[in-house]
Write a protein that binds this ligand. Structure first.
Ligand code: CP
Ligand code: NVA
Length: 307
């Protein structure tokens, strides 16, 4: 992996992604045999969280501990980055204490600014714009379940949000067709789609629709996420109305392949974007997906922090 940071999947090459997946597989196999390589002994990760988190916070912290390092959880109350002091000062000072920084924040620009001024590697742990650690985990999980990601139909039903954008980027970089059904006004933007196409030499791998049935038809993977992301709470009622009909339920699942897998980055809003019967049913791989956050992040930390 050549880049210093993980800000966006657009910064990763095909070979980088394969390297991350190979290291993930090795670390996961060793972990399941009861052994964790202590490749980060003495290394410290500073984890800035300006939004809530369960999976990302816990998986990164556990990842550091399992690899022999340590993690420090820093909330807005602790450091108040950008208000108590400039992002660039925070970046420079933190880099003198820690060997890596994760940040979960609102603006993608904050992640970019932190990375620009930090000597330590910076990992985007979710911004309003992107969620790269999630999307890498999702494609790793898909490969684990299907044995390949070639010639699969991966379909996302819902908001053209941070999770959808990172999934689009990783699919296009890997040469996979990515289908998205969103209500009008909530699609991936034309600007984003045009830029993302360049990750696969301009090939048309992103297919946008307003019809969940069309997108679910014969799909290998049905994926969804919340209709109301963190920071959009004031739009909750409008969004709930707009997304009616964009739910993964048994009727939609019947249109997909009989061996289709259902994915969700979690946290799920049962009865909204996904029904209980689907998330608890035999097609759901959401908990394996959540577990793999740990293994993929261990690979990312090993590759980025050992430099
Ligand atoms: N999927 C995910 O990032 O979960 P958290 O918000 O709990 O970290
Ligand atoms: N789109 C969601 C993802 C949570 C993991 C959010 O940003 O809140």
């Amino acid at each position: 992996m050549k880049c210093k940071d993980l800000i966006s999947i657009a910064d990763l090459s095909f070979a980088d992604i394969e390297e991350i997946f190979n290291v993930t597989r090795e670390l996961k196999e060793w972990h399941n045999k009861g052994y964790d390589e202590k490749c980060l002994t003495g290394k410290i990760l500073g984890m800035i969280f300006e939004k809530s988190s369960m999976r990302t916070r816990v998986s990164f912290e556990v990842a550091m501990l399992q690899l022999g390092g340590h993690a420090i959880y820093l909330t807005q109350n602790d450091i108040d980055l950008g208000k108590r002091e400039a992002v660039k000062d925070g970046a420079r000072v933190l880099s003198r204490y820690v060997n890596g920084i994760t940040i979960r924040t609102y603006a993608q620009e904050t992640v970019l600014e932190l990375a620009r001024y930090a000597n330590a590697p910076v990992i985007n742990a979710l911004s309003d714009y992107l969620h790269p650690c999630q999307a890498l985990t999702d494609l790793y999980t898909i490969k684990e379940k299907f044995g390949t990601y070639n010639n699969l139909k991966i379909s996302f039903i819902g908001d053209g949000n941070n999770v959808a954008r990172s999934l689009a980027q990783v699919c296009v970089r890997l040469g996979i067709h990515f289908h998205v059904a969103s209500p009008k006004g909530y699609e991936l933007t034309t600007d984003f789609v045009t830029k993302t196409k360049q990750l696969a030499d301009g090939s048309d791998l992103i297919h946008l629709s307003h019809d969940p049935k069309e997108v679910a038809d014969n799909a290998h993977v049905l994926y969804t996420d919340t209709w109301v992301s963190m920071g959009q709470e004031t739009e909750k009622e409008t969004r709930k109305q707009a997304f009616k009909g964009f739910q993964i339920n048994n009727d939609l699942l019947k249109i997909a392949r009989s061996d289709a897998k259902v994915m969700h980055c979690l946290p799920a809003h049962r009865g909204e974007e996904i029904t209980d019967e689907v998330i608890d049913g035999p097609h759901s791989i959401v908990y394996d997906q959540a577990e793999n956050r740990l293994h993929v992040e261990k690979a990312l930390l090993k590759l980025l922090l050992r430099k």
